[in-house]
Write a protein that binds this ligand. Structure first.
Ligand code: NAP
Length: 318
């Protein structure tokens, strides 16, 4: 291990895209990773797969982070501050859920899709920001499903305001079907990720900060754990049939390939200046028309500050 190593924190890195991103970052010299996971046993098993044996110099760290608990987010950040870790140069906000079997709530009582995919990461990025290196990068994993023009077979997001999204009892769109509601909450949470990136970038630019923030769409990644809430039949299709589509020249990929693209956005020197952008795999792309609504992004930001109880003295991204 070199004294000049840098650290990348990746949320939800025990499986799927996050795991592959960690693997790819470890392939670059001078980088260490911290797998921020809600299940420490799974995190330790992932760390072992990434860095087998005990003789390997320790480049893989694990930390407990449940994004569905604001207390857990705060405890995770405190724990990072207490540990001897290399300078934090990248934060990859990757963890995510898609609930189609009914409404779930976070420990704080928020609707879980919004709470985990958006709010938890929002607070995490703010509380970690004082520890980030001057020119560090933050990447939010969004999804092309936030954009109705992409024809992803997912419902178009509906943005009624952040307080309504946080309220697990509030209606969303016109649907009452639990599966469709879950899918709608998912695409809307991914729109929130893009809003957050654009608003964060505006604030960083205004403050002449060298921190960089971008959104990332990995494409469709059949076979990952994201479909765990679906019926057994859908899960079989997801795991065994849909992966065939990765052979076609469409936006369907293996987690390994998209993990490489995500790692590139987080650490590749050639992208050092990229900020406030939306990447689809390896290439910059346009996000949905709605995602450029600055008033909605500002409302999401300000309401998220209130919902998370963020203390402005604890963040570098004011
Ligand atoms: N798969 C796709 O087609 C696709 C397409 C576009 C975007 N994405 C996005 O890519 C990201 C990764 O998804 P994936 O496909 O790799 O799915 P995945 O295999 O299910 O991975 C999701 C990760 O998030 C973690 N996670 C869930 N809830 C959490 C919480 N409360 N606190 C901390 N970690 C939590 C999971 O931990 P456990 O293992 O403990 O549950 C898991 O490590 C997500 O943001 C997803 O929206 C995926």
């Amino acid at each position: 291990m070199s004294h000049t190593d840098r650290l990348a924190i990746i949320t939800g890195a025990n499986a799927g895209l996050g795991f592959e991103c960690a693997r790819s970052i470890l392939g670059a010299p001078g980088w260490q990773v911290l797998l921020a996971c809600r299940d420490l046993e799974k995190a330790a098993a992932a760390a072992e797969r990434l860095s087998p044996g005990t003789r390997t110099p320790r480049r893989v760290h694990v930390g407990h982070l449940d994004l569905g608990s604001l207390e857990s987010v705060r405890a995770f950040v405190e724990d990072c501050g207490d540990r001897e870790l290399p300078p934090l140069a990248a934060l990859v906000c990757n963890a995510g859920v898609q609930n189609v079997a009914g409404t779930r709530r976070t420990a704080d009582g928020f609707e879980e899709t919004f709470g985990v995919n958006h709010l938890g990461h929002f607070l995490l990025a703010h509380l970690l920001s004082p520890m980030l290196a001057e020119d560090a990068r933050i990447v939010f994993v969004a999804s092309g499903t936030h954009d109705p023009r992409r024809r992803t077979a997912m419902p178009a997001p509906s943005y009624p305001g952040a307080a309504a999204l946080a309220d697990a009892d509030a209606p969303l769109g016109k649907t009452t079907d639990p599966a469709e509601l879950g899918r709608l909450r998912y695409t809307t949470s991914k729109l929130c990720n893009v809003f957050t990136v654009y608003e964060m970038h505006r604030r960083l630019s205004k403050a002449s900060s060298d921190l960089r923030v971008n959104a990332f769409c990995p494409g469709l990644l059949p076979g990952t754990g994201l479909a765990r809430d679906y019926s057994p039949l859908v899960r079989i299709l997801w795991s065994y049939l849909l992966p065939v589509l990765t052979l076609l020249p469409i936006n369907v990929h293996t987690a390994r390939r998209s993990g490489r693209a995500l790692a590139r956005l987080a650490i590749d020197p050639s992208l050092a200046d990229a900020s406030g952008r939306y990447f689809e795999g390896f290439a910059p792309a346009r996000s949905s028309d709605l995602s450029y609504d600055e008033d909605a992004a500002l409302e999401l930001w300000e309401t998220s500050v209130a919902l998370t109880g963020l203390d402005s003295s604890k963040t570098r991204i004011a």
